[in-house]
Design a protein around this ligand. Structure first.
Ligand code: SF4
Length: 437
């Protein structure tokens, strides 16, 4: 069968993985980052953001492909909200959750109520079949496109999967809901075979994906430093240490051995999801870590000669001005090498989405008009904090960055875009899972 996979904007690992599974089953598979399809092929859309459901190019692709008699299936993280996907895109079916085994049966057998792990429309009803069991992590090589070397996701050609699941329970994050809170790891030989395949196809840098790289091969949710060191050492043997990164890590999942391995076998960066400088907000977010642990973790990284980046979330429902000031203070004291700021986004089926559904709009910072110093810019409270924090962070980098007009406008545009996207995503949430618009 001819199958086209569309992974909008970037070749996600999940899309390449599904492509590899289908290719190994004998199908002819092509993968594209553009919203395009060939007549007659089965079209698989691998979507990771609620925004994809609103993207005119994607909506148009599904409509025209189906109108020409083609079949369209949708999978990926958006499948956590199958009713929303079916309501917005009207595909033939949604592959819910880990899709690599379900998609094989769906392509061969078509939609049926007896097939676990799918959702589809039956007259006016959305049918969601029983959940499929977690997929096996033993699988063929992914379908790696020949232009993978041109891709840069935070500097990496691809983020490859070494394990699934996260021990964390952060309320805004889909990972533990999608993959579970128990760590399941791939065999090291399989990972290395994949690294070699990526290199042969032109990948210039590979990154370890997942909430916390150092949980690779963890059996009880604690760090298995030996396994992690061996993972990085063998990846670096293939790619060279300057071409490996393992940035994402929880502040409570580091040890001296882990940090030393990151220094020795990777580009030497660590990326912490710090989120807030307020212990109260960290508790609301279910981070499972305190500001003190963040400070200690950053100091430990510096002792090992590592660069440290941090991500922050503003506008979480319940975040007060005082909480926000604490975040600014933390950024000032940490002097991080890079900072990423985002407004809290309610991803469907996360506890944050549930919270947003029960938060009156007049108390949700994504909708509350900002009345402080940026009032002339007509921002919401979330947008104002997002913009303000991006500019604030620039003043406390080790190498201070000048806020030129261009930088100012870029940050303002980014804050506004995030705000508009979040309001649109919130609107969808209410339409499909809430009682109020
Ligand atoms: S630690 Fe990271 S991956 Fe795990 S739940 Fe929190 S944000 Fe998600």
């Amino acid at each position: 069968m001819h199958i086209g996979i569309v992974s909008p904007g970037i070749y996600t690992y999940g899309a390449m993985l599904i492509g590899g599974v289908l290719r190994a089953a004998g199908h002819e598979v092509a993968i594209s980052r553009a919203a395009e399809a060939s007549a007659g092929e089965v079209l698989l859309l691998s979507l990771f953001s609620t925004q994809h459901l609103l993207d005119p190019a994607i909506r148009d692709l599904v409509r025209t492909h189906r109108a020409s008699g083609g079949v369209v299936y949708v999978g990926g993280p958006v499948s956590a909200a199958p009713e929303m996907v079916i309501g917005e895109l009207a595909p033939d079916a949604v592959v819910v959750g880990e899709g690599e085994e379900t998609i094989l049966r769906l392509v061969d057998e078509g939609v049926s109520p007896g097939l676990p792990g799918i959702a589809y429309r039956d007259d006016d009803t959305v049918v969601v079949t029983d959940p499929a069991p977690p997929a096996s992590l033993d699988r063929p090589l992914p379908l790696i496109p020949p232009d993978i070397g041109s891709q840069s996701i935070r500097g990496a050609s691809a983020y490859i999967e070494t394990h699934r699941g996260c021990i964390g329970g952060c309320t805004f994050c889909q990972v533990p809901r999608f993959f579970g809170r128990t760590i399941r790891s791939r065999s090291l030989d399989d990972v290395i075979a994949e690294v070699k395949a990526f290199k042969e196809m032109g990948a210039t840098r590979l990154s370890v994906s997942g909430g916390t790289g150092s949980l690779y091969a963890s059996r009880d949710g604690t760090v298995n430093a030996g396994a992690f060191v061996e993972l990085l050492a063998r990846m670096a043997e293939v790619m060279g240490p300057r071409n490996i990164s393992s940035p994402d890590i929880r502040v409570d999942c580091i040890t001296d051995e882990v940090l030393e391995a990151i220094r020795r076998y990777t580009i030497g960066w660590v990326f912490f999801g710090v989120e807030s400088g307020s212990d109260r907000v960290l508790r609301l977010m279910g981070k499972g870590a305190k500001v003190r642990q963040v400070e200690d973790a950053v100091a430990a990284c510096r002792e090992h000669g590592l660069k440290v980046a941090g991500s922050f979330i503003v506008g979480y429902p319940g975040e007060t001005e005082k909480d926000y000031e604490k975040t600014k203070d933390l950024i000032a004291s940490l002097c991080l090498d890079d900072v990423f700021v985002s407004s809290a986004e309610p991803i469907p089926r996360t506890p944050l989405a549930d919270l947003v559904l029960t938060t009156p709009r007049e108390k949700n910072p994504a909708f509350v008009p900002h009345t402080g110093e940026y009032r002339p810019l007509h921002l919401t409270e979330s947008e104002a904090r997002c913009f303000d924090l991006m500019m604030h962070a620039d003043m406390f980098r080790p190498q201070m960055r000048l806020v030129t007009d261009e930088v100012y406008n870029t940050y303002l545009g980014e804050a506004r875009t995030q705000g508009a996207d979040i309001r649109a995503a919130t609107g969808l949430l209410f339409r499909y899972y809430g009682t109020r618009e």
